[in-house]
Design a protein around this ligand. Sequence first.
Ligand SMILES: Nc1ncnc2c1ncn2[C@@H]1O[C@H](COP(=O)(O)OP(=O)(O)OP(=O)(O)O)[C@@H](O)[C@H]1O
Length: 273
Amino acid sequence: MPRIRLDRVGKSYPGRPSGRRGARTPTVALQDVELDVAAGEFTVVVGPSGCGKSTLLDLLGGLERPSSGRVLLDGEPVTGPGPERSTVFQQYALLPWRTARANVEFGLEAAGVPRRERAARAREFLQLVGLRAFEDRYPHELSGGMRQRVAIARSLACDPEVLLMDEPFAALDAQTRETLQDELLGIWQRTGKTVVFITHSIDEAVLLGQRVAVLTSRPGRVKEVVDIELDARGEPGDPRSSARFAAHRRQVWELLHDEIDRARTLEREAVAA
Ligand SMILES: Nc1ncnc2c1ncn2[C@@H]1O[C@H](COP(=O)(O)OP(=O)(O)OP(=O)(O)O)[C@@H](O)[C@H]1O
């Protein structure tokens, strides 16, 4: 049984009232999405802007309910958020009045973990993301990359089985982004978590994903799932410069290209309407 199964999932949002009668045309964000994610797998989702990627992650996180179809976790329908899933967002949602360590402890408090164990676990996970020396710093004393590391440590400290990541590195400079990509891969290899990761970057998708699911323009469906085979993953040298990386990159780009064009046309039509 897959850890996650999206079974013909659709999601519509009520549209804004428009016209003299105030009629609402619903926005169909996702339609008939089929996707399985095995336990321990790193799956990346890419797709044109507005095709429903964040919606997909919200459904997995239990923050939204599907309008049709089923979202299953270990065979059971997802009915809300749960401790076995944790989301990392693009903007590091840290509490500014808490130190790095207290931010990591935050989720553990909610889970009822005793104080001593909280402190030890928070330190362990700050160590894992290379921030042990910064545990007493407040968010405003940390760089963007460090803050995002704290957010990742906070998610991991609760030991979720599934890590949901919504463009977690998008706001970072290129160098910090590469460092965090490498760190995340290392953490994933060590911990064996199931990861669903959303990105706009094809390079990031090919580097991180064992599989890359390419969505169509809205309403988003799975156009194709590309298996990424990068032997270089465990080898010395940067996998980004391998010939296989370039081939996968091209493959994903070709799948995405038409969808991005279609999404732009739809956007232009919507503006003109
Ligand atoms: N709460 C909401 N109410 C109404 N419409 C929404 C809501 N959330 C998302 N949408 C619409 O659903 C569609 C999909 O949005 P979503 O944010 O999931 O796309 P996305 O692929 O993550 O976009 P981007 O790549 O630009 O971040 C968009 O047309 C968006 O306007």
